[in-house]
Design a protein around this ligand. Structure first.
Ligand code: KG4
Ligand code: ZN
Length: 356
């Protein structure tokens, strides 16, 4: 639906106060969402299959795919929101446009940022830059019931592993994080070692469901609430090398048990620190976030820990776990209420200080 057509629309959506279009393009998923008064009306995600052939995300290909996917994704999000509302909805009904400003692949971020800036300029509406990791945390506000503040959140994605204390929508602090690889990377890199294609996390999850975690692997001892996964990956590599020497068919014959063992140890590392954070802070509302929160073993271990240690558990719906614009939209909604806007000279940042 283009601007000229929009002007012809007679019935406008004037009763809605805050209609925000949000764009997520930080890595290899192009996503657009429409949020009205904090309610997500649509959340459309176009994944980029092209990277599978390369065993990981190729930044240049990701930027190009975002350029191809962005307009159709935004149009699909508007159409879906229109159906959800049961009223015509067009660009001129938007009250703000939001985009992922940081962190992420710089070329990918630039596509979403440039698009959002041009739309904000054309429509003369506020521009909202969102921090991707804060958005992963706030994806939990889309759950019903949503967690009450303050809450703790274990964010586990392909690029980050953090324990966050969330005081209010726009006030959060990192209590601990990985000092090297992220949990998602640990899944993907160990999956690669056993010959699984990228992204290996969901495949390890799948095979682990038919396996037993019978292989002991090294777990790092890291102080405080921080994590480390790089040594774990190396220990899996040495373990496989040793076993393959004795039996060249070791991986093929033990795939399910190897996956179950890798998954069991990654979950153990994560859950030990999360329970420690709950004990230290005495906070009773605890959330998961990020792509790895789609892992069935982690979800079960998280719920079991909640029952054992008496804390309330919250996990976003699957569509809000992996990268999505719905989480950008809900974060932008709170920034809109706080009038936290960007000017048109804003640029994206591959790395950004928390809260910047
Ligand atoms: O949050 P996300 O979509 O993107 C980043 O911001 O990084 O997370 C992607 C990560 C990948 O490492 C992927 O392997 C992992 O989430 N992942 C999983 C599962 N689904 C996605 N890891 C384990 N089990 C899953 N079911
Ligand atoms: Zn993410």
């Amino acid at each position: 639906m283009w601007l000229s057509e929009a002007n012809k629309t007679e019935e406008r959506v004037t009763s809605m106060a805050n209609i925000i279009l949000a764009i997520e393009s930080s890595c290899d998923d192009t996503s657009a969402a429409i949020c009205a008064d904090g309610k997500i009306l649509s959340n459309v995600i176009a994944s980029q299959a092209i990277h599978e052939a390369y065993g990981g995300v190729v930044p240049e290909l990701a930027s190009r795919a975002h350029m191809q996917n962005l307009l159709p994704t935004v149009n699909a999000a508007l159409k879906k929101a229109e159906t959800e509302l049961g009223k015509p909805l067009s660009f001129t009904d938007l009250n703000a446009v939001a985009f992922t400003q940081s962190p992420g692949l710089i070329g990918s971020l630039m596509v979403g940022c440039s698009y959002a800036k041009s739309l904000a300029l054309t429509l003369n509406i506020p521009l909202i830059g969102v921090h991707h990791m804060q958005a992963h945390v706030l994806a939990n506000l889309l759950s019903d019931p949503a967690p009450e503040f303050p809450f703790l959140c274990l964010t586990v994605s392909g690029g980050h592993t953090q324990i966050v204390l969330c005081h209010s929508p726009l006030n959060m602090e990192i209590l601990g994080e990985t000092i090297d690889d992220a949990a998602g990377e640990a899944f993907d890199k160990t999956a690669k070692l056993i010959g699984l294609p990228y992204p290996g996390g969901p495949l390890i999850d799948k095979y682990a469901q038919s396996g037993t975690p019978k292989f002991a692997l090294a777990e790092p001892q890291i102080p405080e609430l921080n994590f480390s996964f790089s040594g774990f990956k190396t220990s899996v590599m040495y373990f496989l090398q040793k076993q393959n020497k004795e039996n060249p068919n070791f991986i093929g014959e033990n795939l399910n048990d190897i996956c179950a063992s890798i998954q069991h140890h990654i979950i153990n590392i994560l859950m030990k620190k999360l329970v420690k954070a709950v004990k230290q802070t005495c906070i009773k509302n605890v959330c998961l976030a990020g792509g790895v929160s789609a892992n069935s073993g982690l979800r079960n271990a998280f719920k079991a820990a909640g029952e054992k240690h008496r804390f309330n558990t919250f996990i976003p719906e699957f569509q809000y776990c992996t990268d999505n614009a719905g989480m950008i939209a809900i974060t932008a909604y709170h920034q809109f209420l706080a009038e936290k806007f960007e000017n048109l000279s804003v640029s994206p940042s591959a790395r950004a200080e928390w809260g910047k």
